[in-house]
Design a protein around this ligand. Structure first.
Ligand SMILES: [Mg+2]
Length: 120
């Protein structure tokens, strides 16, 4: 079973992502700040991380940079969760190793498709 880490400090967003991926046959784990995300990513080795940009402790870009440096997580798929205002940051995220991005608010099907594309 593929493992997905939902990293977002907003509980409501984590819930929406859970609903979108329900029935996908994924194991879902959650993190609520940047440090929590790094710890869980290294310890639990998810196949894919949905990574919020704006989070307490470490932001999504800082997390991404650490993930790419650590051997345990360097190959993990990363999809950034951004707001429309952060769209110009996406190019930077791609340069640092994110493979895709989802703009909040998102439709359940677009999230599902982005995940399926990377995990199939
Ligand atoms: Mg946030």
């Amino acid at each position: 079973m593929k493992k997905i880490l939902i990293a977002d400090d907003n509980r409501q967003i984590r819930l929406l992502v859970n609903v979108a991926l329900r029935n996908g046959g994924y194991e879902i784990i959650e993190a609520e700040d940047g440090e929590d995300t790094l710890e869980k990513a290294v310890a639990q080795r998810p196949d894919l991380i949905l990574l919020d940009v704006t989070m307490p402790k470490l932001d999504g870009f800082e997390v991404l940079r650490f993930l790419r440096k650590r051997p345990e997580t360097t190959d993990c798929h990363v999809v950034m969760l951004t707001t429309a205002a952060q769209r110009r940051d996406v190019e930077r995220a791609r340069q640092e190793g994110a493979e895709d991005y989802i703009t909040k608010p998102f439709e359940a099907h677009e999230l599902r498709e982005a995940v399926e594309r990377l995990l199939s």
